[in-house]
Design a binder for this molecule. Structure first.
Ligand code: NAD
Length: 306
C-alpha cells in the first residue's frame, strides 16, 4: 500500500443530499481521498416528499466497508437549527469540520404561469435557504479554524436558462451570489467558496418531462453522463493544494468548464443624460449586437458530452 498522504487526510466533510446521485459519489470520493464524512440525506422524493433513512445509511456503510469513517444525519437542510445540529454532529462524532458541500436538492418543475407559491417556496427553501443554513452554521467553525472550504451546487438552468424551472433557476442563481459573497466575506479567514454546475444522469434529471423527439434525444445523451464524474474537481478544490475561491466550474462527463461571471459588455453615454426616446433611438440599437438570445442550457451546451 502506498504511504503517500491522501489529499484530504485528516479532514471532515459534511455533504448534504449525500444519499443518492451526485452527493453519494461525492461522499465516496471524499472518503476515498481520506476525509471522514457526515452523510446527510433526508431521503425524500425528487419533489421533496417523504423521508427515508436508508439512502444515507447505505452510503455510510459503503464508506465503512472500504475502510473509511462516516456518520449519518437524516435532517432537512431547510431547518436552521437542524443545520446547526449537523455541524455539532460533525464536531462531536467526527472530530471537526473542514469541508461543506451544499448538494441537497429537489425539483418542482412547472411552467411559470402555473407555478404555485408552494412550488416556489419548497424549491427555494431546500436549495437557497438550505445552502445558507448549512453554510452559516459552518462559518462559525471555519472562522475559528481560520480555514475551510465550501462547494455549492448550482445549475445551468439558472446560469443560462431552461423551460419550467423559474423556482429552481432563481434558487440556483441565488446560490451563485451566496457563494461569491461567502468567498469575499471569509477570504480573510482563509475560507474558500466555489460553485459547481454539474451535468449528470441522476433520478433528478430522470424526472425531466419528455414532450417531444428533441427532449427524448437530449435525455438519451444525458444518460451517458455518470454522477461520479463530478467528484474529482470537488475533492481537488477542497484540498489544501488549492487556493481557488469565488469561481464557478462546470463538469460534464470528461469536460471541465470555467463558467463566466457577469461583467459589463458594452456602454453608451450621452453628456446631456437620457430620455426614454433617446434610449429607444440610441442606447438600445447601439447595444443590440451584444444582447443575449433566449438560449436554454442545451442551446449553449450544444455538442455531445465528451
Ligand atoms: P438527486 O435527487 O439524485 O439527489 C439529491 C439528494 O438530496 C437526494 O438524495 C435527496 O433525498 C436529498 N435531499 C433533498 N432535499 C433534502 C433536504 N431538504 N435535506 C437533505 N437532503 C435532501 O439529485 P442529483 O442530480 O444528484 O443533484 C445533486 C445536486 O446537483 C442538486 O443540488 C442539483 O440541483 C444539482 N444539479 C444536478 C444536475 C444533474 O445533472 N444531475 C444538474 C444541475 C444541478
Amino acid at each position: 500500500m502506498s504511504s503517500k498522504k491522501k489529499l484530504l487526510e485528516g479532514k471532515v466533510a459534511l455533504i448534504t443530499g449525500a444519499g443518492r446521485g451526485i452527493g453519494r459519489d461525492f461522499a465516496l470520493a471524499f472518503a476515498n481521498a481520506g476525509a471522514k464524512v457526515l452523510v446527510n440525506d433526508l431521503g425524500g422524493s425528487t419533489q421533496g416528499e417523504g423521508r427515508d433513512q436508508i439512502p444515507a445509511m447505505e452510503v455510510a456503510k459503503e464508506i465503512e466497508d472500504m475502510g473509511g469513517t462516516a456518520s449519518t444525519n437524516f435532517d432537512s437542510v431547510t431547518s436552521f437549527s437542524a443545520a446547526q445540529n449537523m455541524v455539532n454532529q460533525a464536531l462531536s462524532e467526527l472530530g471537526g469540520l473542514d469541508i461543506v458541500i451544499n448538494n441537497a436538492g429537489i425539483l418542482r418543475d412547472v411552467i411559470f404561469h402555473k407555478m404555485s407559491e408552494e412550488d416556489w417556496d419548497s424549491v427555494l427553501s431546500v436549495h437557497l435557504k438550505g445552502s445558507f443554513n448549512v453554510s452559516r452554521a459552518s462559518a462559525t467553525v471555519f472562522r475559528k479554524n481560520q480555514a475551510g472550504s465550501f462547494i455549492h451546487m448550482t445549475s445551468t438552468s439558472g446560469l443560462i436558462g431552461n423551460f419550467g424551472q423559474a423556482n429552481y433557476a432563481a434558487a440556483k442563481l441565488g446560490i451563485v451570489g451566496l457563494s461569491k459573497s461567502i468567498a469575499l466575506d471569509m477570504s480573510k479567514f482563509n475560507v474558500k467558496s466555489n460553485c459547481i454546475t454539474p451535468f449528470a444522469w441522476s433520478r433528478m434529471i430522470g424526472s425531466i418531462p419528455i414532450n417531444d423527439e428533441k427532449s427524448r434525444e437530449r435525455v438519451e445523451k444525458l444518460k451517458t453522463m455518470s454522477t461520479d464524474k463530478i467528484a474529482p474537481i470537488a475533492v481537488a478544490l477542497c484540498s489544501d493544494q488549492s487556493q481557488v475561491t469565488g469561481q464557478i466550474f462546470g463538469v460534464r462527463n470528461n469536460e471541465i468548464f470555467l463558467m463566466s461571471q457577469s461583467r459589463p459588455l458594452k456602454s453608451v453615454h450621452r453628456s446631456e443624460g437620457w430620455t426614454p426616446e433617446s434610449v429607444l433611438e440610441h442606447a438600445i440599437p447601439s447595444m443590440k449586437s451584444e444582447f443575449y438570445n433566449l438560449d436554454r442550457s442545451a442551446d449553449v451546451f450544444s455538442w455531445d458530452p465528451i
